[in-house]
Design a binder for this molecule. Sequence first.
Ligand code: GTP
Ligand code: MG
Length: 688
Amino acid sequence: MHKPADRIRNVALIGHRGSGKTSLHEALLFEAGATNRLGTVLDGTTVSDSEPDEQSRKMSISLALSSFEWDGRKINLIDTPGEPSFVADALGAMRVCESAVFVVNGVMGAEVTTRRLWARAEELDLARMIFVNMLDRERADFFRTLESLKDAFGAHVVATEIPIGSEHDISGVVDLVDMKAYSYDGDSRENCTEIAIPDDMQELAEQYRELMMDEISEVSDSLMERYLEGEEIAHDEIVEVLKDGTNHGSLFPVTCGVATGNLAVNRLLDAIVEDLPSPVKHGSLKLPEITLEADESKPLYAYVFKTRADPFAGRINLFRVYQGVMRHDSHVMNTTSHNKERVGQLLVFSGKDSGHADEFGPGDIGAVAKLKETRAGDWLAERDEPISMPQIQLPAPVMAFAMEAQGDEDKVFTSLRRLQEEDPTIDLHRDLETGDQIIAGLSQMHVEVIVDRLKERFGAEVTLKPPRVPYMETIRKPAKAHGRHKKQSGGRGQFGDCHIAIEPREPGAGFEFVNQIKGGVIPTSFIPAVEKGVVEAMAHGPIAGCPVKDVSVTVFDGSFHTVDSSEMAFKLAGSIAMKEAMTNASPALLEPIMLVTLSIPEESVGDVIGDLNSRRGRPQGMDSVGGGLTEVKAEVPMSEMLTYAPDLRSLTGGQGDYTMEFERYEEVPAHLQQKIVAEATAEEAVSA
Ligand SMILES: Nc1nc2c(ncn2[C@@H]2O[C@H](COP(=O)(O)OP(=O)(O)OP(=O)(O)O)[C@@H](O)[C@H]2O)c(=O)[nH]1
Ligand SMILES: [Mg+2]
């Protein structure tokens, strides 16, 4: 039997790198009785950082699902990585959950990844709660963190509890709904005792309860009136309105505690089942082709959101059932590959182990092993009918390395392709000019993790060459051009003729092709050929031969010949026109700018910033984060950061650490353009 949909909670743990998601996941499992000991990230003994590289790097790399029962509900809890290189998994998890618990470091407040992912959660319409973690740390401050959360996410962020004590002396929490206090002793499952609100906290608690009531009354007109008139509001009504506001994204309750100390984690568990929506409550999924309801009597539709490549167990696919029931020993259709798949064993992950399940009902999340042609992004359904999920926008893999396979090349490439199924932000391709095999990811670390996994899991090895900067080109003003391809040398001639107008688009808007041909001056069947020619010309910009982006191209006139016109001729005409148009459109060379986040000892801040300045870096702010460390953020062109790791090491006596991610493209300063053009031309000469 499966769990009824209204008894399910699908929850993603989201937040900045190192905010304590994995530790909280561990504590929630322990508290719910799904495990019997509290593993730690430091010892590499948590349930969700189960991969060897996650344990050695002390960070999450892939999402991890755990399913367990609490208070008669089934909670599917997904731990996600905070490191931006692995954001695909955080977004994948958010896509299939109704709600997210944002885990925030009580020293650092609302950090950059937390803010970014909050915006994505908003787009996906997720119910959200916040857990302010690490309150036992030096310089942690719940109230300052709360302010930073309100600054970042607005007034509807509302504390429903406040901590008792701070830093090393944190001992419990006051519940502002019930006005009850709880004290914690040790980290065992029975560590929580109800106590009287400490005298010296009475006033603070009253004050924060009032702030909470102000916000809660905002979302209910009937409650607002009585609240303003000074009427006592019944406890149940507060709870109901809080739940409703959270479900509809008009309230974001903030709770707090210490994940590694299992402090107040039991209360978060209660809040998850009580305040966060079930799949039924959250409503149906409206897709362009069909609306899916959490109804078990309707045909099955399940969405695969994660594929894991295991060298021994084969492929494991994680899916979310949106409608109907997924049964073991059954057959389903993959609506993308149009294959019939046999569903053998269904898997459920709970704590350290996985077990078998007979079926997963609507709203539930589960796993299946050994499907042949199914991977993340596919739908499994009863019938092979077209169905799509709105695409999640993923960052582009800009950090590209040429690589060389060591030993068995076939093994390297099949293994790489399997890792690519796990992570859609990896790009593998061959550089057509140099013939190099390229592997690209979101950061150097991202690519290194893939190369390590290749070796660890599949025993396949590659060496990386130094990365190359993916320069691009664009245009700054509109231009028109005429392209004509005509050949009449015996036999059948060739004739293609088109007029195009091009204009710049917003940065990041991409390529657009508009057909404004009237009266059939170019037959419709040849228009795609013109576009093809245009696209081919855009592969090599007029300045340095780099790909061209963010351009709108309109074909508005032309002519044809009934006998001599062909696709090839129109393609050439399109290409000729585009080359000329780009030259006249004030072309510009663009370089990728990276957002670099450094964590360095306070005493080396001056040296590091001086060095960043010499790399054309622009500091964006810094924060001291405790432990004698300062976090510095800066925007720096990628070309200046290719071999940064050893330099940072020597600037900081080995103490510094950094991550970087792609931010945007910017024009290369004029005085540097020449050098880049010269290098690009030299490279072309070598490979030619
Ligand atoms: N003092 C203290 N340390 C904590 C707490 N929660 C987590 N930590 C520590 O902080 C570090 C990061 O914790 P993780 O649980 O790995 O954080 P995460 O959010 O999963 O990190 P990523 O997966 O890299 O995004 C680890 O060393 C934890 O032991 C806490 O409440 N108090
Ligand atoms: Mg983690």
